[in-house]
Design a binder for this molecule. Sequence first.
Ligand code: SF4
Length: 433
Amino acid sequence: MAVVIKSVTKGGRCDKAGVLPGESLLTINGEEIADVLDYRFHQLNRNLTLEIRSDCGTVRKLEIKKGEYEELGLEFETYLMDKQHSCRNKCIFCFIDQLPKGMRQSLYFKDDDSRLSFLFGNYVTLTNISEHEVDRIIKMHISPINVSVHTTNPKLRCKMLNNRFAGKALSILKRFADGGIMINCQIVSCPGINDGEELDRTLDDLEKLFPQVESIAVVPVGLTGHREGLYPLESYTRETALTTLLQIESRGDKFLEKYGRRIVFASDEFYLRAQKPLQNADFYEGFMQLEDGVGMLSCLKDEFDWALEQAEPSDIKRKITLACGKAPEAFLRSLFAGIKDKFPNITVEVVGIENKFFGGEIDVTGLVTGGDLISRLKGRALGEKLIISSSMLRREGDLFLDDTSTDDVEKELDIKLEAVPNDGQRLLAALLQ
Ligand code: SF4
């Protein structure tokens, strides 16, 4: 294996040692470098021997001494230094299979790459991981890995992932746990399929891997209106969401009593769907699964309330509109009701946007599109500005999922748009500034 060096940082160790762009890195301290994990791991040493192959094929060895946290200063063609691994499943609940046709091509790519799990927190199913990769993770002791478990019933996992190897892949969880790797688990819960008794079985099995299993997030399946020809699945109703939510909370109570930590959590969507009040921020034990929407709204409320407590009262007068998905609409209204004591003249109108682009039951904020914003808000008096969540935007933060740009929305609605991240302090600041 060899990875081609794209650029060399001027003045860095490799530049000083005479490494040139276009040359290839073969090994570090005798270890082959195949991708970003190899590179990051092996360059941690202070004393390095690099094997470099020049353009004309000559191989030379370079001895480099560097500080513990000092980078070597090499850049490669792609971030992973290798091709991204795509998934080998056809999950019955896969969101990508339910996307409308004609979206950006990159949105249809199905990644399932353990490197991205360590680097960016992506979830992997372990169905396409090689023996070499499993051994390497254990040897390098890189943690945590985020795993889409869904169920520990091997037969059911094969059915849910539409992959005959999906059951066998579960044995890798045990190898990781035995190797001291920390694991965050995700379960996409499908009514009548992997909830109820199956969910109990999964949690029983994962409990056997404590404390290596650090957290378990249970999220309800999301169904769009584009499921023609796909496995027939149902969405959670208020009743079924409540049953599953209570099952998860009760298991969390038991873990808390036994291990001092709750470990398993339902995502916010379960609370909203079940119309059950959200938990307080301290329920979430440090918000380990925020990316899965676990405790995201409680965290936002906690930060917002804290920032509001610090804020100086003012009689500034303004009207602002905030657009979100239908699911958190009521929550956000009640959040903003709290500002009236200190800011009696600020009016925040919260508008939940029906998701016509994805259709079906999709009601989360992160999937609201520019087209739906325009058709819902056109002709409305929106006040000084329109606040949206930056989770609606992709690329450089200027494009919605339907390829409408933020400029298009500003022009069509004749309003200044402000995208705010999921951060309560920044949200309050956006209302006050
Ligand atoms: S692992 Fe399953 S859900 Fe994820 S991209 Fe592949 S098919 Fe879709």
